[in-house]
Design a protein around this ligand. Sequence first.
Ligand SMILES: C[S@@+](CC[C@H](N)C(=O)[O-])C[C@H]1O[C@@H](n2cnc3c(N)ncnc32)[C@H](O)[C@@H]1O
Length: 236
Amino acid sequence: MKRFDVITLFPEMFSALTQSGVTGRAEDRGIYDLVCWNPREFADDPRRTVDDRPYGGGAGMVLMPDPLVKAIDSAKKRQAGSGVRNSTTIYLSPQGRLLTQQLVEEISTYDGLILLSGRYEGVDERVIETRVNQEVSIGDYVLSGGELPVMVLLDAIIRLLPGAVNHFDSVVDESHSSGTLEYPQYTRPEIFEGHRVPEVLLGGHHAQIKQWRNKQALERTRLRRPDLLKTKNSDS
Ligand SMILES: C[S@@+](CC[C@H](N)C(=O)[O-])C[C@H]1O[C@@H](n2cnc3c(N)ncnc32)[C@H](O)[C@@H]1O
C-alpha cells in the first residue's frame, strides 16, 4: 500500500480525490491511504496563526516554518511507523520541475510521499532547505494554493498503481505514456449526426486496427504537439 501524507490548510478539499472515480475506488481497495495534516493544529498560539508578513516587505503573507515543519515531521513519523522505507517530500510550487508523465512514473516508485501545499505567497524558504527533497510544478501559471497541484500529481500516480484502473492496458496506451498523443476514440452509435465511425474499426481486424491507430497517433502528435516527437526521437 502506498502512503500519502498531505500538508494542507484545506484538508476538506481532498475528499474530491478520495471519494470519486478511480482514485476513490483505489482508496476503498486499500491501494493507498491518505492522511492530511493541517499546520494550524501545530500552531502554538490561541489564534492558530500559520502565516506572517515577509521579511524585507512586499505584498502578501508567507507560511511560517514552525507549524509546517512540525506537520511534516509528524507525517514522516507516521510513514516510518507504517513501514515505509522509501519516501520523498515534495513541495508543489510554480518554481519546481515541470510535471510530465515521465516524472509521474519516477515519483510513483516511492512507497511514501509527503506533499506540501503552499498558500499565500508560499512557504518560508528554510522549510524547503531543511525538509523538501524536490519541488514540482504542474504548469507555467500560478494558482492560489498547492491543493489542486497535489491532487493532480496524486491522481496521475494512483491510476498507475496495480489494481486502480480496471483495464490496465488503457493506461499503457494513453497519451504521453509512449511519447505520443493517443489515437481518436469512438463508441456507439455507428453513425452520429451523419458522422460515421472509421470503417477500419468496425471490421475486427486487429492488425489493421493497430496500424490505423498508430498512424493516427503519430499524425495527431505531429499536428498538435510536434515538440513531443522531437523529444521521443532524441530519446530513442
Ligand atoms: C500564489 S502561489 C505562490 C507563488 C509564489 N509567490 C511564487 O511566485 O513562486 C501559492 C501556492 O500555490 C501553489 N502553486 C501555485 N501555482 C502552482 C503551480 N503551477 N504548480 C504547483 N504549485 C503551485 C504553491 O504551493 C504555492 O506555494
